[in-house]
Design a protein around this ligand. Structure first.
Ligand code: DSN
Length: 426
């Protein structure tokens, strides 16, 4: 008899009832185990996190906040949310935490709701230069409902054009200045943004979705002391459940809470809130701090090694968990590189590079990250090998998995993931 205090993790029962979906759960696990996962925004969350996600807390409606719910029966989920809030505040040294956002986009929506009225102005990084869809692109609510002004990177350094940030801030006097994005390999100068925001009386918001895990592990400087509000996802380097969260200064606590619920969301997903609590506890350990440092060491080595194969990292390298590579020197598009790598068992994504001559659906670059392979225990020696395999697949390979090069690289990938398995069997 199992001592597990919950129900929901009975794979055999699921397989007996619904072999179609049970089969997908197994084949996805096999896919993860069978290849190298280099997508910079993904990670392999722990069995403890997955256990909380697969629990009966999923059933509970709990609109409101702990002690102030619109449903009965919230005594137990209140405990989970209070624990998650306290752990988030302690982990990030924040005055206030809201752990209810369903995702990074939901968290960002709430920040807009807290600080901006439709038509008001935000200054943010442009998507083609490394920003994010929710940072004011025309196809997103953020660009449809708000007046977004965008800064980019400097053509020479390929890092944030800080002079442009300051000039645009003074010209447009945005209500909110946003730093952060999805393809920024370098550290962001939060003190600079704070100063500019103060000079024009703007709110300073950091979307830390990509790098918050490195902050949690003490591997890079934190935006929390500088920013009015920091939104993030919990499933990237942080390695928690697929979700979002917000931390902010005490003076913004009420505005943020009201913007998450009832302005943008209904009932929180309490199983995910519990899983976030588990994750925040994991992130407070010395093991996690060592992991965060290794993620960066691995990313640096991967970027440098790819450069040695002619696959140029923008900005010359990385300070974080990801690097962005320009493939123009090897004459391959991002789209073809993604397909060729995939055929060889290496999962990554094509990505626009700054000033990209190709459309985003083709792209001239790839983005790679080390959160997953570092979780699997790989170190810098393995990164050198991965760079060699990537270079072979991208420059000599083919999108056909049966191509000789695809097969050859895949065999070496199999060797690596056999030595460093994802979700190792007990
Ligand atoms: N945050 C994006 C990524 O980096 O993959 C997805 O929205």
């Amino acid at each position: 008899m199992s001592s597990q205090p919950f129900y929901g993790s009975d794979y055999d029962a699921l397989a007996a009832f619904d072999p179609d979906i049970a089969g997908v759960l197994l084949s996805e696990l096999a896919r993860i185990r069978g290849g190298l996962q280099l997508i910079a925004s993904e990670n392999l969350s722990s069995p403890a996190v997955l256990t909380a996600l697969g629990s009966t807390l999923s059933n509970k409606y709990a609109e409101g906040y702990p002690g102030r719910r619109y449903y009965g029966g919230c005594s137990e989920v209140d405990k989970a949310e209070n624990i998650a809030i306290e752990r988030a505040k302690a982990l990030f040294g924040a005055d206030h935490a809201n752990v209810q956002p369903h995702s990074g986009a939901s968290a960002n929506q709430a920040v807009y709701g807290a600080f901006l009225k439709p038509g008001e102005t935000i200054l943010a990084m442009s998507l083609p230069h490394g920003g994010h869809l929710t940072h004011g692109t025309k196809v997103s609510f953020s660009g449809k409902w708000f007046n977004a002004v965008h800064y980019g990177v400097d053509k020479e350094t390929e890092d944030i054009d800080y002079a442009q940030v300051e000039a645009l801030a003074k010209e447009h006097r945005p209500k909110v200045i946003l730093a952060g994005g999805s393809a920024i390999p370098r550290l962001i100068d939060f003190e600079f943004f704070r100063r500019v925001a103060d000079e024009i009386g703007a709110i300073f918001w950091v979307d830390a979705a990509h790098f918050i895990g490195l902050v949690a592990g003490g591997a890079i400087p934190s935006p929390v002391p500088h920013a009015d509000v920091v939104s993030f996802t919990t499933h990237k380097v942080l390695r928690g459940p697929r979700s979002g969260a917000i931390v902010c200064k005490a003076e913004h606590a009420t505005a943020i809470d009201k913007a998450v619920f009832p302005m943008m969301q209904g009932g929180p997903q309490m199983h995910t809130v519990a899983a976030k609590a588990v994750n925040f506890k994991e992130c407070a350990t010395p093991e996690y701090a060592a992991y965060a440092k290794q993620v960066i060491a691995n990313a640096r080595t991967l970027a440098t090694s790819l450069a040695e194969h002619g696959i140029r990292p923008t900005t010359g390298g990385t300070d974080t968990h990801l690097s962005l590579h320009d493939l123009q020197g090897v004459g391959v598009t991002g789209k073809d590189a993604e397909a060729r790598a995939d055929a060889a068992g290496i999962v990554l994504n094509k990505n626009a590079i700054p000033f990209d001559p190709a459309p985003p659906s083709i792209a001239s670059g790839i983005r790679v990250g080390t959160p997953c392979v570092t979780t699997q225990g790989m170190g810098t020696a393995e990164m050198v090998k991965i760079a060699e395999l990537m270079a072979t697949a991208i420059t000599k390979g083919d999108a056909d998995p049966d191509h000789e090069v695809s097969r050859k690289v895949r065999a070496e990938v199999t060797d690596l993931v056999t030595r460093y398995p994802a979700y190792p069997r007990p």
